[in-house]
Design a protein around this ligand. Structure first.
Ligand SMILES: [Zn+2]
Length: 243
């Protein structure tokens, strides 16, 4: 019976085995398709990888073959890291930063100034600011920025949570009333659009609103700066002496 099973795919052909695989490739479309596809588990991996942002078919193939080439232990570590991150990590119910504990350690830190909230687009922006080690307030992570072309609207951001934190001290970390909101969106078209939206929504809520300074980065040359950076630097100039 097993033998019959193995021969079953040949049913419907003339019953002669193709020689060297050359025959039949043009005459049986189903057979051609089968021989050109990867084995099913590889196809499944490729399908999952191409669902990731920025990963096209070629990148997915490169990643899949890297996984296939290396030890099984490496693949197990990768699979475990993905499973662990989904199981152990969530968003802080106050600031929406990624965290193992809720509220996150930053929101829980009563040594920080919890009346000042710096709004950023993504957790990676918060990490960059924390690494600079200069800011002692707390944060709010929007988890994105306005991008109408990508279908991202205000309702896709954690904007409502921020407004609630500003209006209701109980919703903020430590029950502290927010007095200043600092807008720290990226200097992009989408970031600027998000800044305008937040300025509009926060207006009249009794908080001062500021924006991170932007312009020429320290250690840079003016000749390397783009027109947009120079325009920001001129607009954001700081007075250093009065007459
Ligand atoms: Zn938090």
């Amino acid at each position: 019976m097993i033998g019959a099973g193995y021969h079953e795919p040949m049913a419907g052909t003339d019953g002669q085995a193709p020689r060297g695989g050359a025959r039949g490739e043009g005459s049986d479309p189903a057979r051609v398709k089968r021989s050109l596809a990867y084995p099913a588990p590889v196809e499944r991996l490729l399908a999952e990888l191409t669902r990731l942002p920025g990963i096209g078919k070629r990148s997915a193939e490169r990643l899949a073959f890297h996984i296939l080439k290396h030890d099984r232990a490496d693949a197990d570590h990768l699979a475990k890291a993905i499973a662990d991150v989904k199981r152990a990590i969530g968003h802080c119910s106050v600031c929406s930063n990624l965290t193992e504990a809720d509220p996150c350690p930053i929101c829980c830190d009563d040594a920080r100034d919890r009346s000042t909230v710096l709004v950023v687009e993504q957790p990676k922006d918060l990490i960059a600011l924390e690494q600079a080690g200069m800011y002692r307030g707390i944060y709010h992570v929007l988890l994105g920025c306005l991008s109408p072309l990508d279908g991202v609207g205000p309702e896709d951001l954690t904007l409502a949570d921020l407004i609630e934190r500003v209006k209701n001290p109980e919703a903020n970390a430590g029950g502290v009333r927010i007095t200043e909101v600092i807008l720290g969106m990226n200097p992009t078209v989408e970031g600027d659009g998000t800044t305008l939206l937040l300025m509009d929504r926060l207006h009249g809520l009794g908080v001062s609103i500021s924006r991170l300074a932007r312009g020429l980065p320290a250690g840079w040359s003016m000749q390397l700066a783009s027109k947009a950076v120079l325009a920001d630097a001129i607009e954001g100039r700081v007075r250093v002496a009065e007459p």
